[in-house]
Design a protein around this ligand. Sequence first.
Ligand SMILES: Cc1ncc(CO)c(N)n1
Length: 223
Amino acid sequence: MSTFTERLWKHVAPIWEKTHQHPFVTGLGDGTLPVESFAFYMKQDYVYLIDYAKIFAIASTKAHDLETSAKFAGLQEATLNGEMALHRQYAERFGISREELEATEPSFVMIAYTSYMLKVAHQGSLAELVSAVLPCMWGYWEIGKKLAKVEGAMNHEWYGEWVRTYSSEEFGELAAWLIGLMDQLAEGKSEQELARLEEHFLTTSKMEYLFWDMAYRKEMWPC
Ligand SMILES: Cc1ncc(CO)c(N)n1
């Protein structure tokens, strides 16, 4: 019998494939990504991560046992002080101050994405919350692993650090843990409930694609 996350994987395979082929993602690997698009991404991703970290805090309060609660608290900490340190470091190289970084005006896609996850986090079950955030972590892990195999990607002067972070064993372990938790939480759920989890997973997988595309085009509000 296949696991629930295998089912999720099959369901979003075309979207993830399209994401892997997006010029932002391929450009991170082969170095063809314009640095201005990367800087735009860094700023939007920084404000994205502020919301993302809050979702882990909500998850910690919704956890069914102490171990899971502590794990989510750890994820919040790792996001705020680990992952976001990467962004602060990049910002420094771009000559963007910490204040400016934090005050980034959110793009339409960034707000749509985190608002959706925050809504699910506040209103849904822990399983729903996990299904909504899983494409973020699992998707980055897949991209990291893929780009790590591209010649020279790990040592690129701008994007090497990014590739090393998201292909790291440390990041992979967190992703694997969240995948395992999703399977655990899906156990014994009705088909109707599973379909709802699948819907969240599909929606945020599409949002991930949109986020890359928004950054590539440096897209803000149309008016
Ligand atoms: C948009 C986005 N998705 C996922 C991650 C991984 O944490 C990130 N930093 N940004």
